[in-house]
Design a protein around this ligand. Structure first.
Ligand SMILES: C[S@@+](CC[C@H](N)C(=O)[O-])C[C@H]1O[C@@H](n2cnc3c(N)ncnc32)[C@H](O)[C@@H]1O
Length: 278
């Protein structure tokens, strides 16, 4: 059985510091995150935990933030109880309501997504999930074949199906995420989503009209060409999971791979971009 560690970070000031630490840990391969009032909880397989690597992150040595952490094995936790107490429903503009089955319904929102996150990222609490959702609301997804790479809870895949998408492959390199996506797809009566445990290595030979990839800067830089290779001329790549200071570098890469930027939005310092293959 795989043992997970929970790392509970205290960041002072938490505002601002939390986002920076999340991005840094995401680049180190941490699987899943939960914001807390005093900072952030992050999760990783026990065998992959490296204290030295964490403590060498610049935020630990910055004059602006004070960071400390405590680790805890996850095996004795009642995970469901934990997230149920912390998970509040999310409203994206006046269009999307993301909630757990035990939250009150709000039929006045045109799109409702039922998401039970368990260990996976993607309840809509994070800016990047909201950013990609907003871009998707402005895109024609009807009948389109979609790849949701780094699917987490499957929230974007479920949104894609609600917006009329055809087949959707929801892929994540964290095996719990693929399981969780299957459960969430079922809870939303989605019939078009295939949840897969994997990564870009399985893409050659597959074809999509639209690729969504809310992951992180390093994975995007490394795998963007493989994502774009699955698209036809006119197909779209939507990326998020990075800060505005990485925009130039990612856009240069996307341009080099044969796309042009057609839309970009941001929330706080997080960004999402839409590129079209030429
Ligand atoms: C920022 S979360 C996004 C979750 C969800 N799509 C959303 O928008 O809320 C990134 C997800 O990408 C996954 N991931 C990280 N590196 C990956 C890789 N190389 N290939 C596929 N998935 C990856 C993580 O396990 C995590 O679930």
């Amino acid at each position: 059985m795989k043992e997970y560690l929970e790392i509970d970070f205290t960041i002072t000031p938490a505002e601002g510091g939390r986002d920076i630490l999340l991005a840094l840990l995401d680049n180190l391969g941490y699987d899943s995150f939960e914001e807390t009032p005093k900072g952030l909880k992050a999760y990783i397989l026990e065998k992959d935990f490296n204290a030295e690597e964490i403590e060498s992150l610049f935020i630990f040595h910055s004059d602006e933030y004070e960071v400390s952490y405590a680790t805890d094995k996850l095996e004795n936790k009642n995970w469901n109880e934990e997230w149920e107490t912390n998970y509040q429903p999310i409203f994206i503009d006046d269009k999307i309501h993301i909630r757990a089955p035990f939250h009150e319904a709000h039929p006045e929102y045109p799109i409702e997504l039922l998401i039970t996150p368990k260990m996976s990222f993607g309840t809509g609490h994070h800016q990047t999930t909201r950013l990609v959702s907003r871009l998707m609301l402005d895109m024609d997804l009807k009948g389109k074949k979609i790849l949701d790479m780094g699917t987490g809870t499957g929230v974007l895949a479920v949104l894609a199906e609600k917006r009329g998408a055809g087949e959707i492959d929801a892929i994540d390199n964290f095996e719990w995420a693929a399981e969780n996506t299957e459960e969430n797809a079922e809870a939303n009566n989605c019939k078009n989503i295939t949840a897969i445990h994997g990564d870009a290595e399985m893409l050659p030979g597959r074809k999509y009209d639209i690729v969504l990839a809310n992951i992180n800067r390093n994975v995007l830089m490394e795998d963007m060409k493989t994502y774009i290779d699955t698209l036809p001329t006119g197909g779209y790549l939507v990326i998020s999971g990075f800060f505005e200071n990485d925009f130039e570098m990612l856009t240069a890469k996307a341009t080099e791979c044969g796309t042009t930027l057609v839309n970009k939005i941001k929330e706080d310092r997080w960004m999402a971009c839409q590129y079209q293959k030429q």
